[in-house]
Design a protein around this ligand. Structure first.
Ligand SMILES: Nc1ncnc2c1ncn2[C@@H]1O[C@H](COP(=O)(O)OP(=O)(O)OP(=O)(O)O)[C@@H](O)[C@H]1O
Ligand SMILES: [Mg+2]
Length: 213
């Protein structure tokens, strides 16, 4: 799905040649500040490398329109972005960004179920807890149906159980709909529990391990 070839970014990353496979779950691990978030941002062109090339389905992303790319490759940030209004508004706003029509309450409720968010669509989003906000953001992205999900580990304010629930719901979705997920985590346990491939940042490069579990 992606190939990173001779990718350099500041004195932080120097990735020789790494592939990220389609329809797989890939975990990126590494110390704080080692460049995990930067790698996700490189994959949907929020950040550009200083040199080298990144390919999305064999095409150099330099030649792809950023907006088009970000519709296909969507990132969930470390900090959930919540808009004013209720849960319904917050789910539909993702579709609005895609120039698509809002969905029916029935469809929105299905998505809430999928991300294990047991709340009414009329509930004000600002009342949600940190973990619930994360799940709402996942619901928003699931609705807009990208090919690739990039998921940065939730901010440290979330406990590990909540993080697990979030990753669990995303991984189930990815597996059932043949999507691709790249997620960042500081937890080796999480990586081994959910990923097919683990990429570890070592000496600015990515070291690949297959998860044989
Ligand atoms: N645009 C930029 N210009 C210069 N340095 C940057 C830029 N973006 C990120 N960095 C630096 O790159 C390093 C890696 O940042 P990044 O956010 O990718 O790390 P991380 O592995 O995600 O860390 P954490 O686990 O704490 O989230 C940091 O030292 C950061 O300050
Ligand atoms: Mg980070």
């Amino acid at each position: 799905m992606f190939r990173l070839k001779d990718v350099k970014f500041k004195d932080i990353l120097d990735i020789k040649d790494t592939n990220i496979k389609k329809n797989e779950v890939t975990a990126i691990i590494g110390k704080s500040g080692s460049g995990k978030t930067t790698i996700l941002r490189l994959l949907n062109k929020m950040t550009s490398p200083d040199s080298g090339s990144i390919y999305f389905k064999e095409e150099d992303i330099k030649n792809l329109d950023s907006i088009e790319l970000r519709r296909k490759v969507q990132m969930l940030s470390q900090f959930p972005i919540i808009f004013k209004g209720n849960i319904r508004d917050n789910l539909n706003i993702g579709l609005k960004f895609m120039d698509e029509n809002p969905k029916s309450d029935e469809e929105l409720s299905k998505v809430l179920n999928k991300v294990h968010l047991n709340k009414s669509l009329d509930e004000n989003s600002k009342n949600l807890s940190g973990g619930e906000k994360q799940r709402l953001c996942i619901g928003r992205i699931v609705l807009s149906n990208p090919e690739v999900f990039l998921f940065d580990e939730p901010s440290s304010s979330l406990d590990e159980d909540t993080e697990k629930i979030i990753i669990d719901s995303l991984v189930n979705h990815i597996r059932s709909c043949d999507k691709t997920l790249v997620f960042v985590t500081h937890s080796l346990d999480m990586a081994y529990e959910y990923a097919d491939t683990i990429l570890e940042i070592v000496n600015k490069d990515l070291k690949e391990r297959r998860n044989e579990k």
